[in-house]
Design a protein around this ligand. Structure first.
Ligand code: F0G
Length: 385
């Protein structure tokens, strides 16, 4: 029974939209939660208290497969012939993989020109997705794909798709399973389009309602400082879920200011280079349910954290390391205590986005400057050796 070998579908009772005989799987979700004591030391936590949920082990190398198997299952139930997404790379790689592995539908992907790492682009191309490069960045691609999908009746698998989020809930089920259903104190996750954070909030809310857990962990969503819309709205302007009655004024004002001043998302963590997250409201709901906080970390903090994570045995891409950098920041602020039990989500594999990694470790000053110097990164790893 293939359902048993999927780290998503073995929880099918908790995502009951799909009858078992309709389930699409390529073996996603066989991931690990590991104690990481070197990283704990770096973050400032007591030994044994920091855990990494390593989602790079998924078939396409990122956490996206958790949600994509659910979205593609639903698309197949709807007899969709084509499925589309905008992407900073991982969503598109995942969609392309599911489409080629299952032959159920054709993948159509929209990417911002020059805004995708070769690791991710190569996956989409090799899996045979129709790959459309559009002028602009992810936020532009997102607008375009919504128009095109609606006009042409193509099934949209971005995380506006609620079935994606159903699948991504299982990341939290596996975390709890690994902790013998002892609820941790903190879940720390990078924030881009805010699908994961939204899904995690829903997961815990439902588990509590079902009486399967007695308390809910706190949520920390970590933005890159060059793509910090959530941080700006939640922490600086105090925008809250407010029982669903979100005050839209600061949000509209923020978007208008970005338009007026031509502000674009800009970070080495290309996966989360997003300034108009589509799941903003759902994430505000998750922050409410999970007594959450939002922080931002810069490219230097991200790359430093990433090198520590990898030196501890878990290679991840830059966006993923934002979680560890964020945990370190919250620890230094005293928001996270050294004795808290913290789970950082490592969202994608090391090999997804290697350019910055090489530049960070090289002793070739020219290469370092070219790739990282313009981003305010001043310290390379070799300077630490
Ligand atoms: N980490 C990685 C490696 C990602 O690829 C993404 C999102 C995130 C974190 C942020 O997650 O959107 O749920 O807040 N990547 C999307 C993509 C946008 O197109 O692959 P989120």
């Amino acid at each position: 029974n293939p359902v048993r070998f999927s780290g998503v579908w073995r929880f099918h009772e908790l995502l009951p939209f799909a009858p078992q005989n309709k389930i699409v799987t390529v073996g996603e979700g066989q991931t690990l939660l590991q104690q990481a004591n070197e990283v704990a030391k770096y973050v400032g936590m007591n030994e044994g208290q920091l855990h990494l949920q390593y989602e790079g082990m998924n078939p396409s190398g990122s956490f996206k497969d958790n949600g994509m198997c659910a979205a593609v299952t639903h698309a197949a139930m709807m007899e969709a012939k084509r499925a589309a997404c905008a992407s900073t790379g991982n969503t598109s790689a995942s969609l392309a993989l599911y489409c080629s592995a299952t032959q159920l539908m054709k993948a159509v992907i929209f990417i911002g020109s020059g805004k995708i790492s070769y690791g991710k682009l190569s996956q989409a191309l090799d899996y045979g997705a129709l790959t459309v490069q559009i002028a602009g960045d992810f936020d532009d691609a997102m607008i375009r794909v919504r128009q095109v999908a609606q006009e042409l009746g193509i099934y949209l698998v971005n995380s506006v798709n609620p079935f994606r989020l159903e699948g991504q809930k299982t990341i939290m089920y596996r975390v709890l399973e690994a902790l013998q259903w002892e609820v941790p104190d903190w879940i720390v996750v990078p924030g881009g389009n805010l699908g994961n954070s939204s899904a995690f909030g829903k997961a815990f809310h439902e588990l509590k309602q079902h009486g399967l857990i007695d308390r809910i962990p706190r949520l920390a969503v970590i933005n890159a400082s060059g793509a910090d819309t959530l941080y700006e709205l939640f922490e600086r302007r105090g925008v809250r879920w407010n029982g669903g009655d979100v005050n839209m004024e600061p949000i509209v004002e923020h978007n208008d200011r970005m338009d007026r001043e031509g502000i674009r998302a800009d970070t080495i963590a290309s996966a989360i280079e997003i300034n108009r997250p589509v799941n903003l409201k759902k994430c505000l709901r998750a922050l409410d349910w999970m007594d959450g906080v939002v922080r931002q970390v810069d490219d230097q903090q991200i790359l430093d954290a990433k090198a520590k994570v990898a030196a501890g045995g878990y290679g991840c891409e830059p966006a993923s390391a934002a979680s560890v950098a964020g945990a370190k920041l919250l620890r230094s602020e005293g928001v996270i205590a050294p004795s808290d039990r913290v789970v950082c989500i490592l969202t994608g594999h090391e090999l997804k986005d290697p350019t910055a990694t090489v530049a960070y470790h090289t002793t070739d000053q020219e290469l370092f400057n070219k790739t990282l110097g313009s981003r305010g990164v001043t310290k390379a790893s070799f300077a630490n050796r």
